[in-house]
Design a protein around this ligand. Structure first.
Ligand SMILES: [Zn+2]
Length: 570
């Protein structure tokens, strides 16, 4: 069966958990030698967080990349893009030629292992897909004290859906747009009303009959999984959404345990929505504080993002702090970069602001604040013309048990705001895959380049092995990852059979890290003012003085670069 026949439609639809599970299982059944599906966590609602391992011979340790999506409940497009990457990796092996990649690039990618977790928060995604209620990561609240009045979003009019709720109020902050009936826009001093308050559809817990609490996006779901990771984790009063302690949540813990066991992960893509931007390190300081070789590699990534996706690339610290001078704590891509030494970055899929024709603000994050009334009206017309009016459904009157006359409906951001419209999803999948496959191809690759034997007097043989890294990155991955304690140098072990080593201690030899050929962008290597490259810093040698005849079983590599083996007859 072809991959097209096996597809359950994730390039044109947002799959629920059952369908996403069926998609992964269909691949695992059709390509048992290329795709293995395991669970890295089980959620409190009993769903598995699936991880697909893609590539032949998955037990053979070699450089690997991580692709994760949908850690935030509403960001469903991340699942589709992760599945699209997985599908294209299978295609690389099963239907080569279909991807239109240069042969050498495709060959390199076939050596890489892909770990793909299309849906990090299946409980959250399911809740968003079924009910549509606003939700950050996970639909749960394990706080001991929750006595304060608060909104509990949910279906209140019995249609199974949780939308927005508006109430006429002379003190309302919003007014209906004159250009687009039903659309609520920010009130100005010139507006005559009527004015509205806007709440989630739902009810108020601990309501005193008078005071309506302000809705809060983490109100009854206090955990943001993307603040629950161990690198610079800080508690809730310093970092909202942090959770009670680092990796307290099964989804985050599953990722941390897996990543810890897999130092071979050298690149790490976190798929979010929305914005249309790639966010790279540093998240906690200016570029001047960043390893300059790392930065050069991220400039290469930026060039690919621009070429294949049209998205700009920004530093988290420079352009994506929600509060100035307050770096995020416990964020997953920071963990991937700083603690796992991977090329860690976020892609915010779906360039809605560009669609609205908004000029790029000085800092990308300001886009989210600068949507004007005119932009919103434009969005509503676009929604009606190109998105089947999904995002701005009509309001319906309803008699609310706590608040009296309200209207329910109005806003459904799932498709068109939080995520791209269905007919654009395929293009998003395709462009993101093209960019990411290049990142995956940066893998270091060890190869035994030469074996020399010299017969010496006295039944001795001198054996020399040349091991090279002909990958882009060094055997350590990113330059800054050299300092991580797990990131061991390349070493060689030899097991003699029949023969023996004159110095048994030579059975274990440390060769050191081996550079790759890549330098990132703007490293000056293109200017022939002082011609010259590095010497053979990508190569190392293991040598053995062997007595007698037989064979040497040699294994060379490291936990990050993977291992190559050879049987050398002596
Ligand atoms: Zn997100």
């Amino acid at each position: 069966m072809s991959l097209a026949d096996l597809s359950l439609g994730f390039r044109n639809a947002y799959l629920d958990h059952a369908r996403l599970t069926a998609q992964l299982q269909a691949w695992a059944e059709a390509f048992p030698s290329l795709c293995r599906v395991t669970s890295i966590a089980r959620t409190p609602e009993g769903r598995d967080v699936w991880l697909a391992t893609l590539g032949p011979d998955p037990e053979r340790l070699r450089p690997a990349v991580w692709v994760g999506g949908n850690i935030h409940a509403a960001e469903l497009a991340g699942s589709s893009v992760a599945l699209a990457i997985a599908e294209d990796v299978l295609r690389l092996h099963a239907e080569p030629g279909a991807l239109e990649l240069p042969a050498s690039l495709a060959e390199r990618l076939r050596e890489v292992v892909f770990f793909v977790v299309p849906r990090i928060s299946p409980d959250g995604a399911e809740c968003v897909l079924r009910v549509g209620r606003p939700l950050r990561s996970v639909p749960r609240d394990q706080r001991v004290e929750r006595g304060t009045p608060r909104w509990i979003p949910g279906d209140i009019d019995g249609d199974g859906q949780a939308r927005a709720m508006r109430i006429r109020d002379a003190g309302g902050e919003l007014v209906e747009s004159r250009e687009f009936p039903g659309l609520l826009v920010e009130r100005t001093i010139d507006d005559d009303g009527p004015f509205y308050k806007l709440y989630p559809e739902g009810h108020i817990e601990h309501f005193d009959g008078k005071r309506v609490p302000s809705p809060y996006f983490l109100g009854d779901n206090p955990i943001d999984l993307n603040r629950n990771f161990p690198w610079t984790w800080a508690p809730g009063h310093e970092q909202i959404g942090a959770g009670p302690y680092a990796a307290s949540e099964p989804e985050a813990r599953g990722i941390v345990e897996f990543a810890t066991a897999h130092p071979e992960i050298f690149a790490w893509l976190d798929l979010h929505t929305f914005g249309g931007v790639a966010i790279r390190p540093l998240g906690n300081g200016p570029d001047a504080k960043m390893d300059s070789e790392d930065l050069a590699v991220f400039r290469q990534l930026e060039a690919w993002m621009t070429e294949y996706t049209g998205y700009p690339t920004v530093s988290g610290y420079d352009e994506f702090l929600y509060e100035p001078d307050k770096p995020l704590r416990g964020d997953l891509s920071d963990y991937a970069y700083h603690q796992r030494g991977a090329i860690g970055y976020v892609v915010e899929l779906w360039d809605l602001f560009k669609r609205l024709g908004m000029p790029r603000p000085p800092k990308f994050v300001q886009y989210y604040d600068r949507v004007s009334r005119a932009d919103l009206v434009k969005l509503a017309w676009w929604d009606r013309d190109e998105n089947d009016g999904r995002a701005f459904p009509p309001w319906r009157p309803f008699d609310h048990p706590q608040l009296g006359a309200v209207e329910i409906g109005g806003i459904d951001p799932r498709v068109g705001i939080w995520n791209p419209p269905l007919h654009e999803l395929d293009a998003v999948c395709t462009s993101q895959t093209r960019a990411f496959l290049r990142v995956a191809a940066l893998a270091p690759r060890l190869r035994i380049a030469d074996v020399r034997r010299e017969v010496l007097p006295g039944g001795l043989t001198q054996v020399e092995l040349e091991i090279v890294n002909d990958g882009y990155l060094g055997s350590y991955g990113l330059a800054s990852a050299r300092r991580l304690d797990f990131n061991e140098p390349v070493y060689a072990t030899a097991q003699p059979e029949g023969c023996e080593l004159v110095d048994p201690g030579a059975a274990h030899q440390t060769l050191g890290h081996l550079d790759g050929w890549g330098r990132g962008l703007h490293s000056g290597a293109n200017l022939p003012a002082y011609p010259g490259t590095r010497g053979t810093t990508h190569a190392g040698w293991a040598s053995y003085l062997v007595r007698g005849t037989g064979a040497l079983d040699v294994r060379i590599g490291s936990c990050r670069a993977g291992f190559v083996t050879a049987r050398i007859t002596v």
